[in-house]
Every structure is written in structure tokens, then in C-alpha cells.
Design a protein around this ligand. Sequence first.
Ligand code: PAF
Length: 289
Amino acid sequence: MIKLIKSRKQWLLQRSEISESLGLVPTMGNLHLGHLSLAQKALDENKHILVTIFVNPKQFGPNEDFERYPRTLEQDLELLSGLKKNEDQVIYVFAPASIEEIYPIGFSTTISVKGVSEKLCGLSRPGHFDGVTTVVYQLFALARAQKAYFGQKDYQQYKVIEKMVHDLCLDIELLCCPIIRDQDGLALSSRNQYLSADEKKAALILSQTLQSIQKKIEQGEFQKIDTVELKNENSSTVQWDYLEILDGENLNEISSETKQVVALGAINIGKTRLIDNLLFPLTGASIVR
Ligand code: PAF
């Protein structure tokens, strides 16, 4: 069963009646197979799930796509109803009817995680992660779920939320779920639909460059990778925002302690910004110069 909830009050009343485990899947809607994989995992691991659908104004900059971000509630509900679940499982969908349901008039709190939020996307999208952590904290408080599911595609976002949960001792388990890609390798994103067919082809440079980095590292050629050169090679159709190879645990520079590496990239194609990453183990031999 799917239960659509439009107000904070309605949700809090509903929440007081749920005694079994609850998994939270925070989204901004316009669901695709990536979101559905999170919701399916949540259904597999919890009695009930809460999918939140809220296009959070606080995480968009003044010149970003808040206004045009696709809002497709009917379609989202339809997609969620196709998930595999037992008869007694409920998918609660909290889609606030107004921004004030999340940020009541006079709302004046910001949750800000320093450090990990100040690099990569944090540099080109000032305030973005404060917007994310402020809304996610709020959703955690409203949901009181045992587990929350996020996509690896927004890996820095995941790491920022993980730090918030750690620093504030929040009683919730976080799960980072694999990136879902289309058949060409493009990571699924609601923003892909802004792209023309040609732009979609051009966007493949992002996943392909990350793959070539992973391959080089796995072949023990970490020292031969020049990310500046890689960006220059591939800059005719897309504008690179960043391309970095970092420690997958803390997003710091790779060191002798590094066990997992993450290669992350962000590109702009026209007005569309896309991000992607690959996370893989780093063997000691790979970083020997
Ligand atoms: O990843 C997203 O869709 C959003 O950043 C989130 C976590 C739902 C917060 O608005």
C-alpha cells in the first residue's frame, strides 16, 4: 500500500502509529531507477519505508535549476507502486504541499558540516551542502527511521551526511547504495533529461574518464595519471568543473593509509551540471612511485 502524506502534522500523527522498523529514502522526486533501487533495498530491509519528495530550495544556488527541476509526483507514485513488497508493507510518501511544511515561517537554523563540504562541489556550489544537511537533519528528525538510504552518485553528499551523523551522534544507520547507469554508462540523474541527444553523447566523457583512471590505478600506473591533462584532452564539448582522485574514506589526498580510492568528476554541458564517481580498492603497490 502507498500512503501519500502532504503535511508535517499528518506525518507526525502517522509516525506515532508505526511501531515496526522504518527505512527512510530522502529524494527530490522525479524518481528514476537509481531512486527505485534505494527504495527497493529499503523495502527489503525494513517493515515499512518513508520516501520523501521535496525539492529543497536551500540546496540550490541563485543561478541554479530550482525553478525548472522536474516535479512529477503522479509519475513517482506510479513508479513506487511497482516495487516488490509484501502485502503488509506500507510505502509512506511524504511530499510536503508547501515549502513551509519543511521550513515553517521564521525557520532560522542551519546545519553546517565544515571540512568535507568545502571541497569539490562545495567550491562551485557555495551553500549547497548547508542546504542538504539542514534538510536531511530535519527529515531524520521527522522520520525517526532506523536506516536511511542514499545513492553513491552523490558521494560527497553521503560523506557530508555521514560526518553530520557522527558529529551529532544521530541514531540512524546510513547506507550508501551503488550508482545505477544507463546502457552507455551515464550515471542516472534527474538532470539527464535536460540534455539533448548530442549532449548526452558528450556527457559520456565523464564516466569514461573515471573508468580510464580506475583502469590505470588498477594497473599500478597511479603516478602516470595527470588529471589536468585529462581535463584538457576532453574539454572541447564539456566544461570540467573538477576531476579528482581522493581517499574514499575521507575525501582527503591519497596517502599510505588509503584503502579505497574515489575518482570524482563534475562537468557542465550547456546549463546542465553532472557529477559522477567510481569507488574502488587501492592496493599498496598502486601508489608506489
Ligand atoms: O540527493 C538528493 O536528492 C537530495 O540532495 C536530498 C538528499 C534528498 C536532500 O534534499
